[in-house]
Design a protein around this ligand. Sequence first.
Ligand SMILES: [Fe+2]
Length: 239
Amino acid sequence: MTVRPFKKFSPAEDRIWKLLWEKQILEARKHASELWLEGLDLIGLQYDRIPDFNQLNQRLKELVGWELVSTDVIFSDGQDWFEHLARRQFLVTEYIREEKDLAYTPLPDIWHDTFGHLPFMAHQRYADYIERFAHHALKFTKDQRKSLGSMWWYTIEFGFMVEYGEMKAFGAGLMSSPGELQQALSDDVQKIPYSLEEFDRISPSPHEMHKKLFVLDSMEQLENSVEEWVARYERLHTF
Ligand SMILES: [Fe+2]
């Protein structure tokens, strides 16, 4: 496989990163899961510029044995995304949002991928779960794994988790979106316990703010969730 070089971002793009950091860091520190907080220190992001991805890639390899892969695709197709994850490759896009979209963008950008996901990915336990998730996802067709996609969305991207009796933001989409985090914490959004049955019924949309979000009771619940999903799927589809 040819390795695509990481993009060098411009000073104007670094400026957007800094604005996002200033807008989000205090709220993020206040509401984030301890996994994210520890991970932020472990990977060592800087507040004033988009990271050097050659260094960050090296860091991730040392921490968990994963690599970063640069892509110019903004919204990767599920199949391609999972194939990379199964090979312990995390795709990072080369795009950063515009200034008018600081609070929220439906398109995952370099800010979301890096500030949202990578602190979680710095933990072996979490990274191993993501790899397992991808291997399981690839056993099913796109249609079959629709509710597994919802589970990803409502846990990895927009989940909450109870830690020491307090509800903490656990999803990468919450960590990277100042608008979404604020909205998610408000009473306008119902927070209900994680439920495989609900994931069958609900269809997430990246184009609207959420009305309902899910709360995991522990890291163990997350770790068991993908095998539980597979067992449930097999039970429902075996006659
Ligand atoms: Fe994401």
